[in-house]
Write a protein that binds this ligand. Structure first.
Ligand SMILES: *Cc1c(COP(=O)(O)O)cnc(C)c1O
Length: 379
């Protein structure tokens, strides 16, 4: 991993995000904007470390939110355009959103019917979009597939209300997750077939998130081609709203070994937790990489790594090391900027990791720590 973070200087557990790694992603995203004229928003649900919002705002056009609180954070700390989508809004949520958002994307014709007038009568210009469901699954992972059967996310073609086209400034779809531009290409075929006829005359189309643009091997040239094709064919502004791609591989979780023990295999207990600090390890599920480690039995000493909680399944995985682990050793988990600090919990009263930033100007600095009050105040 190409970073100059001083991992030894950090308390454990802590998340640390590296400015240089973040900028590397943002440069790639900026190049897509430059080649297409598309706008790119930060999907805050993946990465809401607002310490870095001014930096991200140097490159991107705004934020998108899944709730009033995310919208408020984007409005306060990022500025530029603030977009919001939710499967359904309460009236009081709409009232809170109207002063701070620029685009509201509704999930169904009935939500448009309920709120379009309220939006149009607000004293700020706010654009209205409808999320549509192209009903094409390009992945097998149902938990992260909004196009799967019975999905509540997005209006399907049969439910589309043509009489509302006049009310809509744009269309939105979001069906991808960690996918390449080939999946986007396939999705657009389905999208155009079902909804292309409504797009003529609208101002914009939003391709959602899930574009793994900053991952090695992503076919950026194809993305550029696709965006330009849609932009020209329909004369619309194209938006992308990736979350993951913005902070992919830009952060780490630093943890310490507390204990080693043995039950038919070597075990190590860490001051971090899969369920509390990296819940996607269990939800997705996936195996995070640890710097200097190998697969089970690849190196001499293999351990099953687990957390301090009393959840039996709070296991990060089996990893091997050149040397035996001992209390006090540090383990550095990679790719921990995204879907980590936004999803962590204080289950079992487990300590939340500190949040640190590594910048060119200030080096490695802890910017936030958590304590008992953070646990207590939620209960
Ligand atoms: C989750 C989500 C995103 C961001 O997805 P990533 O996979 O993090 O790129 C964007 N838009 C919507 C509507 C989402 O639900």
């Amino acid at each position: 991993m190409d970073t100059t973070i001083d991992f030894q200087a950090l308390p454990t557990p802590s998340y640390v995000v590296d400015e240089t790694l973040l900028r590397r992603n943002l440069e790639i995203l900026k190049s897509v904007k430059d080649q297409t004229g598309c706008k790119i928003l930060l999907a805050q649900k993946a990465f809401s470390m607002y310490h870095f919002y001014p930096l991200v705002a140097e490159y991107l056009d705004g934020t998108t939110a899944s709730s009033v609180h995310e919208a408020q954070l984007g409005h306060e700390e990022f500025g530029k355009e603030t977009h919001v989508f939710a499967p359904a809004f309460k009236k009081e949520e709409m009232e809170a959103l109207l002063p701070i958002v620029d685009h509201i994307v509704f999930n169904s014709p009935n939500q448009v019917k309920l709120y379009a007038e309220m939006v149009k009568n607000s004293d700020r210009p706010i654009e209205i979009g409808l999320r549509v469901n192209p009903e094409l699954s390009t992945q097998d992972h149902a938990l992260y597939d909004p196009a799967s059967p019975f999905s509540r996310l997005g209006t399907t073609a049969v439910n589309f209300d043509e009489s509302q086209v006049e009310l809509l400034d744009g269309l939105h779809f979001h069906t991808l997750c960690e996918q390449g531009s080939d999946a986007l290409e396939a999705t657009l075929v389905a999208f155009e077939e079902k909804f292309g006829k409504y797009l003529h005359g609208m101002k914009w189309v939003n391709f959602g998130g899930g574009h793994h643009i900053t991952k090695e091997g992503y076919d950026i040239a194809k993305l550029v081609k696709i965006v330009n094709y849609i932009k020209e064919k329909y004369a619309v502004q194209v938006y992308l709203e990736p979350g993951e791609a913005i902070a992919l591989n830009a952060g780490f979780l630093v943890a310490s070994v507390l204990e080693t023990t043995y039950n038919q295999m070597n075990l190590a207990i860490l001051d971090t937790s899969a369920t509390c600090h990296m819940p996607d390890v269990l939800e997705m599920p996936y195996r995070p990489f640890i710097i200097g480690s190998g697969e089970a039995d690849e190196k001499v000493h293999t351990y099953r790594l687990g957390g301090q909680t009393c959840l039996a399944g709070d296991v990060i995985g089996d990893y091997s090391f050149d040397e035996p682990l001992k209390a006090g050793d540090r383990l550095i988990f990679t790719d921990m900027a995204i879907y980590s600090m936004v999803k962590n919990t204080t289950f079992n009263g487990i300590q939340l990791p500190a949040i640190a930033a590594h910048t060119v100007k200030d080096g490695t600095k802890v910017i936030k720590t958590f304590g008992y009050e953070d646990f207590k105040s939620r209960l």
